[in-house]
Design a protein around this ligand. Structure first.
Ligand code: COA
Length: 324
């Protein structure tokens, strides 16, 4: 017998305000057609003035707890992935913990930008499998709109705000791929590419939080290669092929990266969960948002084999193979 981290609840939260491509085209030199053709994005949600990452995270967490049928007092761990914390410190996870009324256990943030949720899931899984926690809340939450130069058409059309959360519970497994829960996670980083996708500020390098800077073409090229590689790595560990996967839940960076990766892998496009058209790139929130949507609408069912993957600034990238 071994311990598996099973997903027992999912939740999501998007800000009310929707910004369409037409609205952006009225402000900067771009068109709806260009954005759709190059990115597949039609609209994105943007947090209201004063609406913080913790607000979105708390609502997603409450919905995940409700779907799990447990209260916050059952949690002994919160890990929140974000590159847009409310404050430089304390951790946004602690703010969410306070709002949920959970006052025991541990709460901390993880920063791996768009791969943050996969990193957070990986860390939470380690806590559960070693018996250090029984029930964990893992959140990906972002307000990337605060990092954007809204005059820069190269970047501002690509991102949105949101949060997604899952509740993990430690349960016994047999140690094979029929077990329900996280079967394995695979995370990577390569700091040689630090400058290709970053902000030009931060507490120890400047007095401002900075704005997002990106060498889009290079990011695109690396994303397709790393994502295809890490999917292959996850499958190889379990002697599986893509035919075994019921659903691929990829990071929703843009439609062309998504399609390019799926084509490189030779995976069936109808088994890919896509939200980028409505959410744009919500960084660490994108995978749990897409997962929560596909669980809520009944596409992803108990027993399905689901592969999550993401790639982000750093570069960081990773994948998790999960039996729901
Ligand atoms: N509207 C209209 N034109 C735009 C534009 C916009 N929103 N954004 C850029 N352009 C222009 C550029 O200025 C450039 O014009 P120029 O040739 O006169 O200089 C032209 O379009 C082509 O730019 P280029 O960067 O070569 O386009 P591209 O086909 O590579 O597409 C991205 C740009 C950003 C969509 C693409 O590189 C990409 O998707 N990169 C990955 C980004 C990403 O997902 N990052 C997050 C990963 S976690």
């Amino acid at each position: 017998m071994i311990t598996r981290s099973r997903i027992i609840g999912c939740g999501a939260c998007l800000p009310d305000r929707i910004v369409t491509n037409a609205e952006l085209a009225a402000r900067i030199d771009t068109t709806h057609e260009w954005i759709v053709e190059r990115t597949g994005i039609f609209e994105r949600h943007v947090a209201a003035e004063g609406e913080c990452t913790s607000d979105l995270a708390t609502r997603a967490a409450e919905r995940a707890l409700a779907s799990a049928g447990i209260g916050a007092s059952a949690l002994d761990l919160i890990i929140l992935a974000t590159a847009t914390p409310d404050h430089t410190f304390p951790a946004t996870a602690v703010r969410v913990q306070g709002r949920l009324g959970m006052n025991r256990g541990a709460a901390f943030d993880i920063q791996a930008v768009c791969s943050g949720f996969i990193y957070a899931l990986t860390v939470a899984d380690q806590f559960l499998r070693t018996g250090q926690a029984q029930t964990a809340l893992v959140i990906g939450a972002e307000t990337f709109s605060r990092l954007l130069n809204w005059e820069d058409r190269n970047t501002c059309v690509l991102f949105g705000d949101g949060a997604g959360a899952v509740v993990l519970h430690a349960e016994p497994g047999e140690g094979n791929a029929r077990d329900r829960g996280i079967l394995s996670s695979h995370i990577h980083a390569d700091g040689r590419y630090y400058d290709l996708l970053k902000t030009d500020g931060g507490p120890s390098s400047s007095r401002s939080i900075g704005l997002l800077r990106m060498v889009g073409r290079e990011v695109f090229r690396h994303a397709v290669i790393h994502l295809a590689d890490v999917v292959g790595e996850a499958l190889a560990v379990h002697h599986m092929t893509l035919a075994d996967i019921d659903w691929l839940v990829p990071h929703q960076a843009n439609r062309r990266i998504l399609d390019g990766t799926v084509r490189k892998l030779g995976f069936a496009p109808e088994k890919v969960v896509v939200t980028v058209d409505r959410h744009a790139n919500t960084s660490a929130a994108s995978v749990p948002l897409a997962l929560a949507e596909a669980v809520a609408d009944g596409r992803i069912c108990p027993g399905h084999l689901v592969l999550l993957e993401a790639m982000g600034g750093g570069f960081t990238w990773g994948a998790s193979l999960i039996r729901m």
